[in-house]
Design a protein around this ligand. Structure first.
Ligand code: MSP
Length: 511
């Protein structure tokens, strides 16, 4: 199989408060994709980190009575610890307060100056500190006597200050042309349409420096200005692979990035500003921006300011990390919002993991242990029921790679869990326990096919629930690296004669 390089990123998180389920969701989604690509034996570089400059962080530090860097050291560590709790397979964790990042931002700024895309003027308009975003007057509404952004609902304040501008307006047609030529640059399609319409309506030049506070990267040769935090933050994707050293292996192998996984609230920055900066700086834009939906609690986006946070750490301690990963990936997918609750999480664990996949593994492994001394052998004579199960499985696996490649996790998981359901049904119908005395050969075939199905399901679910599936694959003596997804092209996974190892209970049912 041809090997490719994949560079996959999560957004870098603001260390302005404790991580919540929305953060966990973004990270896990990117991790699932990274793991899938690694399992295909590709070279993968998976990045996450923290976005530490700007007024939002300066204010958060002041509130905690800490110097901004000390404050960031403390909270960035909480996010770094979360990567371990979430079982992320990230290759790096970047902080925008690191030297390597400053170097990259300075270089990008210099390139934009050289290309003639930056000029000095004055910004007069609305700014939201919590979004770190500028809004035009027609995006502002009044609620309870306060001005807020109609887009995000965040409070805005009026700003008037000297500022450097990026000539975004002159990139409008080139961006539209770029979207046209790269149909899958923004996914899902609904988000792509949203962006295209916004750009078609006209782009204004963008203020890219601030003078009213100091916590940020200074504009080269002008200490009065700090660089706008989004120009700073987006550059993390380049600094982590050692830009501006264009001869560095990481840069050569991994730029342009394969996919920036982000939430829909930060689509404008990634799908408009970022490619415009890059095109102006003569750097290729990334291949894809995937804008996922929000995790909702009731009807609202889950966020610190709304006070409706489900703490991922507490959920993991109570239910387990595979369980949370599975639930989030199944529940919120392909760009739409997902309403989550502990009740739904429990139902999902019981129906899909404990009663379906977990039960399938347990019943087959313990039957083989108790009746076959852990050993089964495949024989030639397949039954029509065997053929039917194989056919149904082939049908369900047909589009799985493309579903994953388009980040359509919802359909992907649904198909895999259907395979597990069908395999349980096959065992119920075939009743191998009735064949113990008089048809050992057929019983062996049923068990062998069941193990084969378990191996397939485990490989397919591995990027989502890596801990449980690794236990199963180990008990089947299947090496993920050697096997990868070759069974989708018809290769055998398990040997004709197989001796299984012990398998403990994978998922406890919640009562
Ligand atoms: N620092 C910026 C990203 C810079 S990337 C160059 C940022 N940080 S954030 O911490 O506010 O959000 C990080 C990610 O979490 C974003 O993709 C955001 O969409 C996502 N989520 C935050 N709350 C969310 C939900 N309630 N649901 C799903 N994801 C949401 O934005």
């Amino acid at each position: 199989m041809k090997q490719n390089n994949f560079y996959i990123t999560t957004p870098i998180y603001y260390p302005s408060g404790q991580p919540h389920m929305g953060h966990a969701y973004s990270s896990i989604l990117a991790d699932v994709f990274a793991r899938f690509k690694r399992n295909e034996n590709n070279q993968v570089f998976f990045l996450t980190g923290t976005d530490e400059h700007g007024l939002k962080i300066q204010k958060a530090a002041e509130k905690s009575n800490l110097d901004p860097l000390k404050y960031c050291d403390k909270i960035s560590k909480v996010f770094k610890d979360l990567t371990i709790k979430l079982n992320l397979s990230n290759d790096d964790f970047i902080r925008t307060t690191e030297k390597r990042h400053h170097k990259a931002v300075n270089e990008l700024w210099d390139r934009l100056v050289k290309s003639g895309d930056i000029y000095l003027s004055k910004y007069e308009g609305w700014y939201s500190v919590s979004d770190e975003a500028y809004y035009s007057s027609d995006e502002i509404i009044e609620k309870d006597g306060k001005k807020i952004s109609s887009f995000s609902g965040s409070p805005v304040e009026w700003v008037e200050e000297e500022s450097f501008f990026f000539k975004l307006s002159s990139w409008q047609d080139k961006l539209l042309d770029f979207y046209e030529k790269n149909q899958k640059f923004i996914l899902p399609i609904s988000r792509r349409n949203e962006v295209v319409n916004f750009v078609k309506a006209g782009l204004k030049d963008l203020s890219i420096s601030r003078t009213s506070f100091t916590w940020g990267i200074k504009v080269p040769n002008n200490d009065k200005h700090v660089i706008y935090v989004w120009l700073d933050a987006l550059t993390n994707y380049l600094s982590a692979i050692n830009f501006p050293n264009l001869n560095d292996d990481l840069y050569k192998n991994f730029w342009p990035a394969s996919v920036h996984v982000i939430g829909k609230d930060i689509l404008r920055f990634h799908a408009i500003y970022w490619p415009a900066f890059l095109l102006a700086a003569k750097i290729k834009p990334p291949n894809r921006i995937f804008g996922h939906g929000w995790i909702l609690s009731g009807e609202e986006k889950m966020s610190k300011s709304k006070g409706n946070i489900l703490n991922p750490l507490e959920v993991i301690d109570t239910y387990g990390i595979d369980e949370l990963r599975y639930y989030l990936m199944k529940e919120v997918s392909h760009g739409s919002d997902g309403n989550i609750s502990l009740k739904n999480l429990e139902n999902c664990i019981n129906s899909d993991l404990a009663n379906n996949y977990g039960n399938l593994c347990q019943r087959v492994f313990s039957f083989i242990k108790n009746n076959c001394n852990n050993k089964v052998r495949k024989n030639k004579n397949k039954s029509t029921a065997d053929d039917k199960l194989i056919e149904q499985t082939n049908e369900l696996t047909k589009n799985l790679k493309s579903e994953m490649n388009d980040q359509n996790l919802n359909n992907y998981i649904k198909s895999v869990i259907d395979i597990s359901f069908l395999t349980n049904k096959y065992i119920n119908d075939e009743e191998p326990w009735k064949l113990k005395k008089n048809n050992i050969e057929k019983m062996n075939n049923i068990l062998h096919l069941s193990l084969d199905q378990i191996a397939k399901i485990s490989i397919l679910l591995n990027p989502i629930i890596p801990i449980a599936t690794s236990k199963v694959l180990k008990a089947l003596n299947v090496n993920m690296k050697e096997t990868n997804y070759s069974f989708l092209e018809g290769k055998n996974i398990i040997t004709d004669e197989i001796v299984i190892k012990n398998l403990d209970i994978l998922f406890k049912k919640i009562n």
